[in-house]
Design a protein. Structure first.
Length: 386
């Protein structure tokens, strides 16, 4: 049933406001609630067709902002404070995950891209869960956070590089990849120079004391500059958005009120529309075929194994086996990043619609189950401070 454009706008606008409230009541992540709402009204549910190009545009804008904020949220200052030994240990956890993901991806007949997808985690679920349980400052919490940051950065960076090489191969177009990094280096140098000569303006911008919101304007300008340059170079714009966010994170270690404003603007409206759009286009019927359903179930168990097994290395950090298990379970939570990776893969024909649907289902299940199981295991356990 086709819904006219005005009524479509009303439905989505109300959903963006109401769904997070209902999700909180149901004790599920807001993103899961938004996807499920999209599923309920879309192809797999009521079959509503929302008319007009505005939904697709806002969803794509939300996706660009999601990728920008994914890079923006990487805490390079935290990585520096941990020291090389701690970072090296977290890297060993990630490498263990990547090796297992590659092994299972090969055995299941998927390409290398599935290795990157299975290696993702959800920093946006990990940190709030640790805070809720009072474990964010504990030895367990610190190790989990560092492992999640490393996984977030390396998987996104790996997806960026792999997608570019997949599109162009080892051809004359590859120098374009270098050009965007040269451009990023020039922007980095220019912004650092401006910050050096005008520190008071940058501090005021980051603190949100500028009445014309220069910080927000600069962030969005950086986002679209990188999207535009990526388009000119023939590189996927979504990946350019991630590079822009990462660059911002490298330059400004303290982001103050500006971070809150961007998060509010992004996760408060545009990004939820992207997740609702994902749900609307989610086709549950493809999973009703026995072989596809079997692959989806197998993928679900593999997604836990590739995270829990390497997490047992936490034992060398003095954690108990119970803590190692719970840490692996929490790192198994996948949400925004895996959905972004799946959307990029589908757009570039790295995965088909059946696999895409399986990954969306995997994101819904792991993001709903992992925090709950982690809390159950940790219930009654003392949160020893580091």
């Amino acid at each position: 049933m086709e819904i006219n454009q005005a009524f479509s706008l009303v439905i989505i606008s109300v959903a963006v406001f109401v769904v997070p409230i209902l999700s909180r009541y149901l004790k599920i992540p807001a993103v899961v609630g938004e996807i499920l709402f999209g599923v309920a009204i879309g192809k797999s549910g009521l079959g509503l067709v929302l008319s007009g190009e505005w939904l697709s545009f806002l969803a794509h804008f939300g996706f660009l902002l999601l990728m920008f904020l994914a890079g923006f949220e990487i805490d390079f200052e935290y990585l520096e404070k941990q020291g090389p030994r701690q970072v090296a240990f977290a890297l060993s956890i990630f490498l263990g995950t990547a090796l297992l993901a590659y092994l299972f991806s090969t055995l299941m007949g998927f390409g290398f891209y599935m290795t990157l997808i299975l290696s993702t985690t959800s920093l946006g679920l990990v940190i709030p869960t640790l805070r809720d349980t009072g474990l964010s400052k504990s030895l367990l919490g610190q190790n989990i956070i560092l492992a999640a940051i490393i996984a977030d950065f390396l998987t996104l960076f790996g997806i960026t590089i792999y997608a570019i090489f997949y599109q162009y191969g080892f051809s004359w177009k590859i120098p374009k990849l270098g050009l965007i990094f040269v451009f990023a280096a020039l922007v980095l140098w220019l912004l650092k120079l401006l910050a050096w000569w005008h520190p008071e303006k940058f501090i005021r911008m980051l603190k949100g004391e500028d009445p014309v919101e220069t910080g927000v304007r600069a962030s969005l300008a950086l986002l679209f500059v990188f999207v535009g340059v990526s388009g000119l170079l023939g590189i996927e714009p979504i990946l350019g958005a991630f590079l822009g966010g990462t660059l911002f994170s490298i330059i400004f270690r303290y982001r103050g009120v500006l971070e809150e404003k961007l998060m509010g603007f992004g996760y408060g409206f545009l990004i939820p529309i992207f997740f609702i759009h994902v749900g609307i286009n989610f086709d549950l019927r493809v999973l009703l075929e026995w072989q596809i359903f079997l692959n989806a179930v197998l993928l679900f168990f593999v997604a836990w194994i590739v995270k829990i097994t390497p997490a047992l290395l936490f034992r060398f950090k003095g954690l108990t086996w119970r803590e190692c298990l719970s840490g692996g379970i929490l790192l198994s939570a996948r949400l925004s990043l895996i959905i972004a990776a799946a959307s990029i893969g589908l757009k570039l024909d790295l995965i088909d619609k059946q696999v895409h649907s399986s990954i969306i289902l995997l994101a819904i299940l792991t993001s709903a189950l992992a925090p709950v199981v982690f809390k159950k295991i940790q219930a009654g356990q003392p949160a020893y401070e580091k």
